[in-house]
Design a protein around this ligand. Structure first.
Ligand SMILES: Cc1ncc(COP(=O)(O)O)c(C=O)c1O
Length: 360
């Protein structure tokens, strides 16, 4: 049952990373753990382009996505919506009993900075959520343009999900003035799932201090208190932290700039190849993701049959469309450790499988 994942997360995890996880356990209140935690902080801060602390949460991204809005919303949260995950964030806010509204765009359309400015100007909101790279439809919003709008509203705390763009391109937290950035382990970091990262601004922590219902597991102030001692609030997923350390070493060895360039190059290789077959990109032109491509199934290929061939004969899987886009789009990841060679091999398999189905 061995096949390679080209779905946009979880993605393939290297042997080196897997081996890094297979180390003896240490106590999470031990000096060894503190040394481990503190040793990776500078590299995490460098990757987030921030001086702020970076918390490690033993949860998938949704844990801290929900925790952040619960900690930070006093008045009302505005959720920018343009795909499945950003739509869900509004749902999660409502389920959490928060006053919440959506700024809606069609799936595949980027968040419109001017529409955001107008909505924030109503003065109703004190928190905004945004998904930088909507994995469900491969659409990337213009974060610098949005951040410029957010700077006009200093009382509004911004919470940005970079789950599928983090480490695939530079996202300069402090320069952009984003309050909270969140990411997860199983996307471009190429780690197994189960760990997420959150970095809050001082303003965000001050806001959290006003909240009486922060709970415990995702209480930002608990994270901060423990962070200062080089620890996490509760027993963390230590094997994944070993894996994270190993991955940060890999990123340093490759060089962050080279890593960003590799993601951009491989993304274009896939895009050019598939567009040349007659498929179309699903997201709005100029807003395609850098870590995956979401194609409209304009050739009406039987995507379930395609994946069956890919899996059984070529030992790989792509994604056949997320949620309401199932069958209508397909997504191919280029994030993590992919190389020119692995992408070329995947595209060769894709060609063969399409030919077998009678597509070109
Ligand atoms: C952009 C984005 N945000 C949030 C999530 C949710 O992450 P998780 O399932 O790890 O909680 C995903 C998962 O694919 C995602 O792509």
């Amino acid at each position: 049952m061995s096949y390679k994942l080209f779905i946009p997360g979880p993605i393939a995890v290297s042997e080196k990373t897997l081996r890094a996880m297979a180390q003896p356990m240490i106590g999470h209140r031990s000096n060894d753990f503190v040394a481990l935690y503190q040793s990776i902080q500078p590299d995490l801060q460098a990757l987030f382009f921030t001086q702020d602390p970076v918390y490690i949460s033993t949860s998938s991204a949704w844990g801290v996505m929900e925790g952040a809005i619960r900690n930070l919303t006093q008045k009302k949260v505005l959720c920018c919506m343009n795909g499945a995950f950003s739509d869900k964030w509004l749902d999660v806010a409502q389920r959490s009993g928060l006053a919440a509204a959506g700024l809606k765009s069609e799936w595949g359309q980027p968040v419109d900075p001017e529409a955001l400015r107008k909505e924030l100007a109503t003065g109703q909101y004190d928190t905004v959520t945004l998904i930088h790279n909507e994995t469900s439809c491969g659409c990337m919003s213009d974060l610098p343009a949005i951040a410029a709008v957010l700077k006009q509203f200093p009382d509004v705390i911004s919470i940005v999900d970079t789950v599928s763009s983090f480490s695939a391109m530079p996202i300069k937290k402090d320069e952009l003035g984003i309050d909270v950035i969140i990411t997860g382990s199983q996307k471009a970091l190429a780690l197994p799932p189960g760990l997420s990262l959150l970095t809050p601004s001082k303003r965000a922590l001050a806001r959290a201090a006003l909240c009486k219902t922060r709970g415990y597991y995702f209480d930002l102030l608990e994270f901060q208190k423990n962070h200062e001692a080089g620890m996490t609030p509760s027993t963390p997923v230590i094997p994944l932290i070993y894996a994270l350390k190993s991955k940060l070493e890999d990123i340093k060895a490759e060089g962050a700039e080279a890593r960003y360039a590799r993601h951009a190059r491989l993304n274009k290789t896939v895009r050019d190849h598939v567009l040349a077959k007659g498929f179309k990109l699903f997201p709005k032109e100029g807003h395609g993701s850098v870590s995956l491509n979401c194609f409209a199934n304009t050739l009406n290929v039987d995507l379930a049959a395609l994946n069956k061939i890919l899996k059984s004969k070529h030992k790989l899987v792509i994604d056949g469309g997320y949620g309401k886009l199932k069958g209508l789009t397909f997504r191919i990841s280029n994030m993590g450790d992919e190389t020119d060679e692995t992408i070329a091999a995947m595209l060769k398999s894709l060609d063969a499988a399409l030919a077998e189905l009678g597509a070109k």
